[in-house]
Design a protein around this ligand. Structure first.
Ligand code: GRF
Length: 251
């Protein structure tokens, strides 16, 4: 069987990337290889981790793209259809620059023949432009994300901070497929953890991160084994993920 090819995107520390690298190296995660790692930050430690592991890296410069659009040195990809429908100039420039960068990302996905794009602490959202092209079939999604709260509670950029400040007693990470909303895509698996009476924020977060490092490789394995079946949910436009038993795996 051909190994599935994954790309990882990360903006910071990359501890989840490390967990995936280790899971592959120790044979816990099988039939898969990381073919490239990308970041929107040139100084992301995740890029160092990738280089150490001998994985090719790339960066995506959203800031330079926005400046380029403003200076008229960068233009929208030829297949970007919707920019004329947006009237506000600043929004048009932002969306155009995002699509420009996402077009570069699409090129990397093609170059490395990526089957699954794994976002691990990647602090940028994708526009419809990218999602329509990389995962046109919502029943065959192939962009995953890990979020540090039990979604749909506490979406957004500070999952641990928000759950801690709210005083929840049960918390934990969610792995989901990405759709066009923020942290709203079909949930794959979650880990429920208890907050302990003597927890500090650091110990609370540390327990959460350890759970992330276990959960993400498990979800990637389910994808690789063809066990993630996406079906329409009861709510309009909400798809759900069913985990197929091993023996019914499709690939
Ligand atoms: C994790 O908490 C992840 O859930 C969130 O961003 C953090 C990334 O951590 N999306 P790391 O870069 O993998 O260490």
């Amino acid at each position: 069987m051909r190994k599935k090819r994954i790309a990882v995107l990360a903006s910071g520390n990359g501890s989840n990337l490390k967990a995936i690298i280790i899971a592959i190296a120790t044979g816990k995660l099988k039939n898969v290889e990381i073919v490239c790692v990308g970041s929107n930050k040139t100084d992301a430690y995740a890029l160092e981790r990738a280089k150490e592991a001998g994985i090719p890296t790339f960066t995506l410069d959203y800031k330079a793209a926005l400046q380029g659009v403003k200076d008229r040195t960068i233009f929208a990809p030829a297949d970007l259809g919707w920019q004329n429908a947006v009237e506000d100039e600043a929004t048009t420039q932002k969306l155009t620059s995002q699509a420009f960068v996402e077009n570069e990302l699409l090129d990397y996905m093609k170059k490395y023949a990526v089957d699954l794009l794994v976002c691990a602490g990647y602090m940028r959202v994708f526009t419809k432009y990218f999602l329509d092209r990389f995962q046109p079939d919502t029943f065959n999604p192939r962009v995953m994300n890990i979020h540090p709260s039990l979604l749909p509670a506490f979406p957004g950029t500070d999952g641990y901070g928000d759950t801690w400040k709210y005083g929840v007693k049960v918390y934990g990470p969610t792995v989901h497929f990405i759709n066009s909303g923020v942290d709203t895509g079909p949930i794959i698996l979650q880990t429920a953890l208890y907050k302990k009476r003597n927890d500090t924020f650091d110990s609370f977060k540390e327990r959460g991160l350890r759970a992330e490092w276990k959960l993400y490789p498990e979800c990637i394995q389910l994808f690789v084994d063809g066990r993630l079946i996406v079906e329409p949910g009861e709510e309009k436009e909400r798809n759900l993920v069913r985990i197929a038993p091993q023996k019914f795996a499709t690939s």
